[in-house]
Design a protein. Structure first.
Length: 303
């Protein structure tokens, strides 16, 4: 009887601890529900409505009309293509440059803390500030530092933000400049934690630096690399402020990625129903990309 009573007491204690844990977590869950789940549900509901402040007499339930309009909208497919180019190029450049810088700084025995401090500076800047900085000081025609460098090299003046292709290249450079330090810091920390005995064994076997990098460094860095790709891809897909401050999506629609297109439809053309459908499409794209990348990470960490 005593053992049975002790077992009941332990179960009651465990149940009490669970209730206490739920009470501690409940406020945060309610705030999360109110700030994320409810707005997303409202967004999805709006995507099935006709909500146009310019023509309020047409408002009502639209069903799948907004999504059918999206499938035949050339501007949507153009913005989706730009989103893919923008995301893919910025993620690849951040990863390659960040890894190269991390390998370089790792060879410096002293003063690495100084590089870490300078690397943090672009990250802590607001994207709007970054966009305005590059627009006014770096890419300004005739007066910008980039334009000064191209003229010094004999390449002439380039209208970086006023021509379609240079404008797209410019916003890619802006995003890469701001977020490459994140990849650098993550990869530098991962490189510093790699076991040195593996490299010593490889050197004894006379493996070249390239073979050590391919067969030791890259496989051990795979978890960190995948995390960097996931986080940078999510940031690039949701990019808005820096592009809007630098180009406003222009010239024309040359830098209007899907996020900016949804903004223009919603807040310039006041078509909130179709704008909500575009935002839902961006949400689905983000979830699909993140799910695919997480599957790669899980498969890579398996036995």
């Amino acid at each position: 009887m005593s053992s049975g009573r002790a077992h009941a007491d332990r179960r009651a204690l465990a149940a009490g601890e669970r209730r206490f844990a739920i009470l501690l977590v409940a406020p945060a869950l309610l705030v999360l529900l109110a700030t994320t789940t409810v707005p997303i549900a409202f967004l999805i509901w709006n995507s099935f409505q006709t909500i146009n402040l310019a023509m309020p007499f047409l408002d009502g339930f639209a069903g799948l009309a907004n999504y059918r309009q999206m499938s035949g909208d050339p501007a949507f497919w153009h913005s989706l293509q730009l989103t893919a180019i923008y995301t893919g190029s910025t993620v690849v450049m951040q990863l390659v440059i960040g890894l190269g810088l991390a390998l370089l700084v790792l060879q410096i025995p002293r003063g690495q803390w100084l590089f870490r401090i300078f690397a943090i500076l672009p990250i802590v800047l607001a994207p709007v500030v970054v966009g305005l900085f590059w627009r006014t000081l770096m890419f300004a025609p005739n007066f910008g530092m980039i334009d000064f460098a191209t003229r010094a090299l004999g390449l002439g003046t380039v209208n970086w933000l006023g021509s379609p292709t240079p404008a797209l290249v410019s916003v890619i450079v802006i995003h890469t400049w701001q977020w490459t330090p994140f990849a650098f810091l993550v990869l530098l920390a991962s490189l510093a934690s790699l076991p040195e005995d593996l490299y010593e064994a490889a050197r004894l076997d006379r493996a070249s630096a390239w073979r050590r990098f391919i067969h030791i460094t890259l496989p051990l860095l795979r978890p960190a690399i995948v995390i960097v790709i996931i986080m940078r891809a999510m940031t690039a897909l949701s990019a808005f402020a820096a592009i809007y401050a630098a180009t406003g999506g222009g010239p024309g629609t040359a830098t209007e990625i899907l996020n900016l297109y949804a903004y223009r439809i919603s807040f310039t053309q006041l078509d909130f129903g179709y704008g909500s459908a575009l935002a839902v499409a961006l949400l689905v794209l983000t979830l699909a990309v993140s799910g695919f990348l997480f599957r790669i990470r899980t498969a890579g960490s398996g036995p």
